[in-house]
Ligand binder design. Structure first.
Ligand SMILES: Nc1ncnc2c1ncn2[C@@H]1O[C@H](COP(=O)(O)OP(=O)(O)O)[C@@H](O)[C@H]1O
Ligand SMILES: [Mg+2]
Length: 613
């Protein structure tokens, strides 16, 4: 690891200290050594010089008598004896012109030799001279020895000081420092509760206790921060809205629980991903994020439609740019307002239905009387033109006619057909009026405790046998999927009216699926299931479905998309009244264009339990 660090950081205090101490010691010891050596060598040299001088004096003294006697042999003997020492290397003894002994080398180097010259005196008279050549080898040896000594001392002392410093530094500094580093690493790893153990020395302990205090402080702040973070997360997660934070590049940095719930993507997966990939249904709005951030303006879009698992949902999307933080980004808030929109729609719907329904019912009442007159009188007319009644024959005879003549005339003028047609039209009008009358709120309830699943089955049978229906489509061609919950409680209701509602919805579905030749094979899914205090009935087809504009209006009386004669636009409005006004339930519709339609009926169970109790 140290290899990765720049060179300068490889220096350590201990190494620097060791090197500098060793260097300093080496320097000091060397200086002292040199001084000592110079002094000691000079001393030695001085000693040698004195010794040489003494030897020369003695030699001159000893030679004076044999030289006076001219005893050459003795001179030579004495000289040789002196020369046997390694100190004296050359001698030359002369008396006047005569040389008694000479073994001096020819070219003597002054540095190598020490030369002493003495006169040989006998009885106060100079009888000759002697020249002595002493070797300086001893001096050189002394010099060499002292140099070696100095060097060895320097090396030894330096090594001892260096090693000593190293060991001391290790014990006093490096080991405590390593323990300190270990502790700091433990704290840095997140264990802020860890307390560094104290060392032997006060100076390091000061650092340790400061670090311990710092760790406590970090621990406290971390705890505070975590608490705050937890609280914020709690707040954000408790929000009923989807809250998603994004950075300026559109990457998610906040993903609350509602977002997890709605998208089925958990926060850990969403973090760092592009918002468009984790929340694709938001793609259009996401494009506004950059704009909102750039303009520092809140962007809001209401009632955005979005398909979640094939179901249409209404969303309110708000993008708040984060202006306060340097990092930028934005918070996207998504509220699912589908329920609110549906309730609003239902309120509008029921208001509209009440007024239109009231009007229609009033009109129906007014039309009912003259229509009844027409129908009754036509009936009477048919009777009075019939040849079966004896009274008719009598009346004809009185007028001079026979019933056969009258009938022949009528046949020739197509009168019976016309009358039948009037009758037919009258009946059709009566049917409409009857439907319209059901818009009036009063209902002479003849309620029974009914099993809705059974009622549904009975209605299906009815639909299959409906000859009129068979003209346009064959109900038996439609696949029926029953998803009836066996636990469904009985409901108190007006069974024939509920059956009428089922039939109306089934007929519409069958018609819609028949008019959708490109669609899949026709299929109804019928569900009956308990939902709390309600029983829910769903009738789902896989027909063409309808768009928003149609869906909003289908419960309106007289609203139809079918041609005249086929649709009256009364089926669903009557059904709506039956469910909401007569039974206190709800009727709603969900539709996806191209995929199908689902009608959902909710009937309250409470009434049943009260009645049956
Ligand atoms: N299952 C369905 N699929 C598609 N459209 C439907 C469906 N049920 C009803 N509708 C639409 O609702 C309109 C109103 O229906 P309704 O009140 O029964 O009148 P009608 O059947 O006489 O037209 C229909 O004209 C049709 O456009
Ligand atoms: Mg209809």
């Amino acid at each position: 690891m140290a290899k990765d660090l720049p060179l300068s950081t490889r220096r350590t205090i201990s190494r620097d200290l060791m090197l500098s101490l060793a260097l300093m010691t080496a320097l000091v010891v060397s200086v002292f050594g040199i001084i000592y050596r110079v002094y000691y060598t000079n001393q030695e040299i001085a000693g040698l010089a004195t010794e040489a001088s003494a030897v020369a004096d003695e030699f001159a003294e000893v030679l004076s008598r044999p030289l006076w006697n001219m005893d050459g042999d003795t001179v030579t003997q004495i000289t040789r004896a002196y020369l046997s020492s390694d100190f004296l290397t050359g001698v030359r003894v002369k008396t006047g012109p005569e040389t008694f002994f000479d073994n001096l080398p020819k070219n003597q180097h002054p540095n190598q030799w020490l030369v002493e010259t003495r006169n040989i005196i006998n009885a106060g008279e100079t009888i000759g001279s002697v020249e002595l050549l002493f070797s300086k080898t001893r001096i050189d040896n002394v010099r060499k020895r002292s140099l070696l000594l100095t060097l060895v001392t320097v090396i030894l002392v330096t090594a001892v000081i260096g090693l000593g410093t190293h060991i001391l530094m290790k014990r006093l500094l490096i080991h405590p420092m390593n323990r300190l580093m270990e502790g700091i690493r433990t704290i840095a790893a997140g264990d802020y509760q860890y307390a560094l153990p104290m060392e032997k020395h006060a100076d390091i302990n000061t650092i340790i206790s400061e670090i311990n205090i710092m760790a406590r402080e970090i621990d406290r702040r971390e705890t505070d921060l975590n608490k705050l973070r937890g609280m914020l997360k709690n707040i954000i997660d408790s929000m009923p809205s989807i809250l998603v934070g994004v950075d300026p590049d559109g990457r998610v940095n906040q993903w609350n629980r509602e977002a997890e719930k709605q998208t089925h993507v958990i926060a850990a997966q969403a973090m760092g991903c592009n918002i468009e990939t984790v929340y694709p249904s938001l793609t259009d709005a996401v494009k506004k994020v950059t704009q909102a951030i750039a303009e520092k303006k809140t962007y809001k879009e209401s009632k955005v439609t979005s398909y979640v698992k094939g179901e249409m949902r209404y969303l309110d999307i708000t993008i708040y740019p984060l202006t306060a933080s340097d990092a930028g980004g934005a918070v996207i808030r998504v509220d699912d307002i589908t329920e609110r929109v549906r309730i609003e729609e239902m309120m509008v719907q029921s208001e509209k239905m009440l007024s239109v329904g009231g009007l229609a019912a009033g009109m129906a009442h007014e039309i009912n009387n003259p229509l009844a007159g027409i129908l009754q009188n036509i009936q009477v007319m048919q009777n009075r033109l019939s040849s079966e009644l004896p009274k008719n024959h009598e009346a004809a005879r009185k007028c001079g006619l026979s019933m056969a003549d009258i009938q022949a005339y009528m046949q020739s003028r197509n009168l019976p057909e016309m009358i039948a047609s009037i009758m037919d039209s009258g009946k059709r009008a009566a049917k409409i009026v009857e439907n319209m009358l059901s818009f009036s709120r009063k209902s002479e309830a003849t309620t029974t405790l009914s099993d809705l699943a059974q009622l549904m089955d009975a209605t299906l049978e009815l639909a299959e046998n409906d000859y009129d229906l068979k003209k346009r489509y064959d109900f038996r061609q439609i696949e029926i999927v029953r998803e009836f919950d066996p636990q469904v409680p009985m409901v108190v209701c007006e069974a024939p009216k509920i059956q009428q509602v089922f039939l109306n919805i089934l007929k519409n579905g069958a018609q819609a699926m028949a008019e959708y030749p490109d669609g899949p094979p026709p299929r109804f899914i019928l569900r009956v299931k308990p939902e709390g205090d309600w029983v829910c009935i769903e009738i789902e087809d896989n027909g063409p479905g309808m768009d928003e504009a149609v869906r909003k209006r289908i419960f309106e009386p007289f609203y139809t998309t079918k041609s005249v004669g086929i649709g009256t636009g009364l089926g669903l409005s009557v059904s709506y009244f039956i469910i909401t006004e007569n039974h206190g339930g709800t009727l709603s519709v969900f539709s996806t264009p191209g995929a199908g339609t689902c009608f959902s009926i909710h009937l309250p169970v409470k009434k049943a339990s009260v009645t049956s109790a």
